[in-house]
Design a protein around this ligand. Structure first.
Ligand code: G3H
Ligand code: 13P
Ligand code: ZN
Length: 326
């Protein structure tokens, strides 16, 4: 890209004010991942209808999938669509799990209003140095930065949540001071994907480590905390997927009541990707099984999109508490 684009010219906002209000108001801003048109339409529709601020979240993989230029125009389209739906919304375009300074820089230069630099897998001092470097670049353009401490387990690593390395609150305090990050993702027992906990027969999901969260809150009062891996893995979608030919036995997520509790605390951003994937997959499977001669993608993608709207409205209204805060 020859000339840098500022998010301010695209009608986007950074996350600073949104987090301030969320921490003060005891709710969380939703961060929904998207890769395609229907997901973005659903996010904008649901957030406009519930009047919720929103973080549009793009992973490195999504950026490769959708093309960075296309994504920028999609984000502009989202801003305009929200305006046409009534009043507009505060919309953040955020890089999810940035893994290098260069990627963060490229996103900042192409119109992102917020980036995550995920150095959580690095030795502590290297994480500090890399995060500090991204912050120094980002803040020149008033772009906000999310860092991460503690390692979330993920299905791709073939490990489960109990093996995750929980965040250490004393490190959080030091990290925030040394890096000047705007928000921090911490590890309190969540993990990415649809298989967050390996439960034996009759066992229920172990509670998140609210004790760690409380200690973090005491050490860095009012500082915005981010929860990754926060999908509930909605059982009804898993059941539909399995009913219509899928195989997702043992998929389990974070119960909604735990997310509600987290949203009322220092957690002011909750990341949701897997629940959207499950809703889309469930509805496409169901639609195609019930309509075997249908081959118009608008039909099955339309069914998936409608379900996504329902899912996101419910998250905003009944789980995160962000409805009515735009
Ligand atoms: O945390 C990861 C997000 O769910 C994005 O996943 O890298 O497959 O796009 P992805
Ligand atoms: P889930 O896999 O629980 O949806 O988490 C998504 C996420 O943390 C994106 O960064
Ligand atoms: Zn994540």
């Amino acid at each position: 890209m020859s000339k840098a684009v500022s998010y301010k010219d695209l009608g986007l906002v950074n996350s600073r004010e949104l987090f301030r209000s969320a921490v003060a108001g005891g709710y969380a801003i939703p961060a929904y991942n998207f890769n395609n048109l229907e997901q973005l339409q659903a996010i904008v529709t649901a957030c406009s209808e519930t009047r919720s601020p929103v973080i549009l979240q793009v992973s490195k993989g999504a950026r490769n999938y959708a093309n960075e230029t296309m994504l920028r125009y999609m984000a502009m389209g989202a801003v305009e669509m929200a305006r046409e739906m009534g009043g507009g919304l505060p919309i953040v375009l955020h890089l999810d799990h940035g893994d290098s300074f260069e990627l963060c820089q490229s996103c900042i230069d192409s119109g992102f209003s917020s980036v995550m630099i995920d150095g959580s897998h690095l030795p502590y001092d290297e994480n500090v140095a890399l995060t500090r470097k991204v912050v120094e670049y980002a803040h020149q353009y008033d772009v906000t930065v999310e860092g991460e401490l503690g390692v979330l387990a993920g299905i791709e690593d073939d490990v489960v949540a109990e093996k995750s390395t929980y965040t250490q609150p004393d490190e959080d305090e030091d990290f925030v001071k040394k890096t000047s990050v705007d928000s921090l993702a911490i590890s309190i027992g969540t993990s990415h994907g649809a298989y967050k906990f390996k439960l034996k027969e009759g066992e229920s999901v172990p509670p998140l480590r609210f004790d760690i969260l409380e200690e973090v809150e005491q050490r860095i009062p009012g500082f915005p905390i981010v929860l990754h891996g926060a999908s509930s893995v909605v059982p009804a979608y898993v059941a539909l997927i399995n009913q219509y030919g899928g195989q997702m036995d043992g998929a389990v997520g974070v119960p909604e009541d735990q997310l509600r509790r987290a949203a009322k605390s220092a957690v002011c951003k909750i990341n949701i990707d897997s629940d959207g994937r499950l809703a889309v997959t469930a509805k496409i499977r169901e639609f195609l099984a019930n309509n075997p001669s249908e081959f118009d993608p608008r039909k099955y993608l339309g069914a998936a999109r409608s379900e996504l709207v329902t899912l996101i409205k419910n998250k905003n209204e009944a789980v995160l508490g962000s409805a009515g805060k735009a």
